[in-house]
Ligand binder design. Structure first.
Ligand SMILES: *Cc1c(COP(=O)(O)O)cnc(C)c1O
Length: 353
């Protein structure tokens, strides 16, 4: 049920300018956005408004103290034109978990869910139908209240923008196992989807790119001996026939793709181990041939296979991807469920009516 969401329609639509057959990822934005303000100690009713620039005071605390969190999710249109979301309540809950850690007021569930559905209704034509394409959805919350005092702001904005997007092709991904920098630490904000976590990743990633890699594999901040995440994705390693991923913690983001892969793999009788995974074990597996696959998992790319990794001046190659690869199999299983091509025994899909 969608109720009470005011809609202010854009006077003209940009949709005729968009080539839906050649969409990049997150590059063009739909006609509308959802906007919601926190003022005087409460969230005001969300509104659908035309996609437009926002005006902020230069002393807005987002610029100075980085109170900013976000989510990433997708809407899909099936062959019958029905619109689907994938585990959207998990994104809502995680947004509030992130907000809480950054002292940002939490959102009511109906503002997020009803607001999102109202936005998708208004911009329904922006949801691509083409295989592999989807409407990428970016909910975010940030401190719009101003002042140089280093304390939480008294005003915030919650916005949802959407971007019709083609499949996220990362190409061949060679990764570098990080031995110096960390993206997160115990007691820190690594488990939150905080904008600042990304800012801190860019420089070490640039250094890896200069060395000929595309991404960094983050290791634990104390010893750099345990594998934690792949860039801004969770990581899976297949050793022989077992899929291994690190347990979530203060330092690791609890990815919805990650937990879906774990459940799917279990239901397909693929052995899955959620445990600490040392760099040493992965290097040894690469040397003795038992390392079969490594891949990143996240909403944008779903599964992003890794072709090789660098560690301490050595490079290790992974076997070429085949049709039997877990990466290909699991990606197809997830996307088939997301796009309503197969049964969804897990109850993950939600139709937007
Ligand atoms: C968003 C994100 C992921 C993936 O989460 P999904 O819910 O699967 O999209 C993994 N790691 C980090 C650091 C992230 O920011």
């Amino acid at each position: 049920m969608i109720h009470d969401i005011e809609v202010l329609k854009a006077k003209t639509s940009k949709i005729s300018e968009i080539d839906f057959n050649n969409l990049k990822f997150g590059h063009v934005f739909s006609d509308h956005m959802l906007e919601c303000d926190f003022k005087n100690g409460e969230w005001e009713a969300p509104k659908v408004v035309p996609y437009q620039p926002i005006t902020l005071d230069p002393s807005a605390k987002i610029f100075h103290y980085g109170q900013s969190v976000f989510e990433g999710m997708k809407a899909y249109k099936d062959a019958d034109g029905k619109v689907w979301l994938f585990r959207p309540l998990d994104n809502f809950k995680r947004l509030n978990i992130s907000s809480k850690r950054l002292a940002i007021p939490e959102l009511p569930e109906n503002y997020f869910m009803d607001g999102l559905k109202a936005l998708l209704k208004v911009d329904e034509d922006w949801i691509p139908e083409k295989e592999g394409s989807s409407l990428y959805i970016r909910p975010f919350v940030f401190a719009s209240g101003n002042g140089f005092h280093a304390s939480p702001a008294d005003e915030y904005k919650f916005i949802i923008c959407t971007a019709p997007s083609g499949a996220y092709f990362s190409g061949e991904v060679k990764v570098l196992i990080e031995e110096k920098y960390s993206r997160s630490a115990n007691g820190g904000v690594g488990f939150a989807k905080a904008g600042g976590n990304y800012a801190g990743q860019f420089y070490p990633t640039q250094l890896a790119v200069e060395k000929g890699y595309q991404q960094v594999i983050w290791t634990d901040d104390t010893s750099h001996e345990y594998i934690e995440e792949a860039g801004a994705m969770n990581i899976f390693v297949r050793i022989d026939d077992t899929l291994v991923t690190a347990p979530t913690s203060d330092r690791i983001l609890d990815g919805i793709t990650r937990k879906s892969i774990i459940e799917l793999a279990k239901s397909e009788n693929i052995p899955v181990e959620v445990r600490k995974l040392s760099v040493k074990e992965v290097v040894e597996a690469a040397q003795n041939g038992s390392l079969k696959e490594m891949f990143g998992a996240g909403t944008a790319a779903v599964i992003s296979p890794i072709s090789g990794f660098g560690y301490k001046d050595n490079d290790y190659e992974l076997p070429k991807l085949t049709d039997d690869s877990y990466a290909s199999f699991l990606k197809k299983r997830i996307t088939d469920i997301q796009t309503n091509k197969v049964e969804d025994p897990f109850g993950w899909r939600m139709e937007v009516k």
